[in-house]
Design a protein around this ligand. Structure first.
Ligand SMILES: C[S@@+](CC[C@H](N)C(=O)[O-])C[C@H]1O[C@@H](n2cnc3c(N)ncnc32)[C@H](O)[C@@H]1O
Length: 392
């Protein structure tokens, strides 16, 4: 492909990404992958270049752009080499006209930037949300130790006890250590959130929103495969991804429970007042993971945000019922918004007066309300809010 053809392809892909963002359709990475499958003439260098153009444009535009061309024109305004590729050549984009719409830049749509700013996410903190994430792995201590593991590339040891960092794009999923379950891909912030749970061998631990089990596996390793670990979720498809991961990691203590939304207690009733620890990795806007899914900023609406807060309150109340006296509840969201973090945990403490805040001592992050906030800018992790409560 010529460089101009790559720009044209990126514009076409951006059109689909924008349409999908408006209609809650497929995520950008799937749209890019589908384009590559349908356009076999594109070699690996072309695919990489097109992907980069698409993601650069998404990162550069604040509100949802008018269309793919407007998004690429915003990038062209910043980068004259891209502007020069609007040359009207056979497979390239038409030449730039003087009055064409150019997408607005920024790290988020205006309403959301305002909400983030109210949560002290602005300037460099905000811009870092649009940065690029490195690749973090967790060494599975059920199968080895961080100090002695041998990998094709040596990683940087991070603050979480089993975390190693590699350059983005390192093909860890092709390594023998990955196939054998000796390492798992997990963001450093997510690993620290699991450290906050302080799960111990022999305990009863509930991973209430287990999803595909990223945190479940870390909890099982901390528990040294001893005790009870209940992994529940309302999403059958996500939960079904857990089994092969459990097997690969050599985890044997997980009980899976599929929950019916709105009737979660039907499947969890026997655990009322039984858990040493309940981890609530609640569904949220994902504003802390924009480095990986930058187009998520275009999908969020004030209504969706309010719905997340409602679900988060419900899950906190539900989780609290499952904890036994002396036990703990850990609340986590991968969001930078107080609406989904500090404010939710505050509201929980106000309505659950028996509970005491017990902020975890993590080696990174800053205090936020009754919890800790991790951020891409300050901590080099995905953005997280992590709070812990104790039931005396
Ligand atoms: C942030 S994700 C969990 C990610 C997972 N813990 C991990 O580390 O990979 C939030 C999960 O909450 C689940 N969820 C949504 N509503 C729920 C509910 N009412 N009860 C339990 N889980 C729910 C979603 O299906 C989603 O998998």
């Amino acid at each position: 492909m010529t460089p101009a053809a790559r720009v044209k392809a990126a514009i076409d892909i951006l059109d689909t990404v924008i349409e999908a963002a408006r209609g809650q359709g497929a995520p950008a990475d799937r749209i890019v992958a589908e384009w590559a499958r349908a356009n076999r003439y594109a070699g690996s260098k072309d695919r990489r270049a097109v992907r980069e153009l698409v993601y650069d444009a998404i990162r550069h535009c604040g509100p949802v752009p008018e269309n793919g061309r407007a998004a690429m024109l915003a990038l062209a305004k910043r980068d004259t080499t891209i502007a020069a590729l609007f040359d009207g050549s056979q497979y390239g984009p038409e030449t730039i006209q003087p009055d064409e719409p150019v997408a607005k830049t920024g790290f988020a749509p205006a309403w959301l930037a305002k909400r983030l700013s109210a949560s002290d996410v602005k300037g460099a903190e905000g811009a870092a949300l649009m940065g690029r994430a490195p690749l973090d792995v967790r060494v599975n201590t059920l199968k080895g130790e961080r100090d002695s593991i041998e990998l094709p590339v040596s990683g940087e040891a991070l603050a979480a006890p089993n975390a190693l960092r590699f350059e983005a794009g390192t093909p860890v999923d092709q390594w023998t250590a990955f196939r054998e379950g000796r390492i798992e891909v997990q963001d450093h912030g997510s690993q620290l959130a699991c450290v906050a749970a302080d799960a111990k061998p022999g305990e009863t631990v509930i991973d209430l929103c287990a999803g595909a089990g990223g945190k479940t596996l870390a909890l099982a390793a901390a528990m040294e495969n001893r005790g009870r670990l209940i992994a529940s979720d309302t999403d059958k498809r996500r939960l079904s991804q857990l089994q092969p991961r459990i097997e690969r990691a050599g985890v044997t203590i997980v009980e899976q429970r599929l929950l019916d939304p709105g009737r979660e207690m039907e499947a969890l009733g026997d655990l009322t007042g039984a858990a040493d620890c309940v981890l609530i990795d609640a569904p949220c806007s994902g504003t802390g993971t924009w480095r990986r899914k930058p187009e998520a900023k275009w999908r969020l609406t004030p209504d969706r945000l309010a719905k997340f807060a409602e679900t988060q309150d419900m899950l906190l109340a539900l989780g609290a019922k499952l904890v036994k006296p002396g036990g703990r509840l850990v609340y986590v969201t991968c969001s930078m918004l107080d609406d989904e973090g500090a404010d939710r945990f505050d509201a929980f403490l106000k309505t659950h007066q028996a509970w005491r805040a017990d902020p975890p001592a993590l080696r990174l992050g800053r205090a936020r309300g009754h919890g800790i906030r991790l951020s891409p800018f300050h901590d080099g992790t995905d953005g997280f809010f992590v709070a812990r409560g104790h039931l005396p």
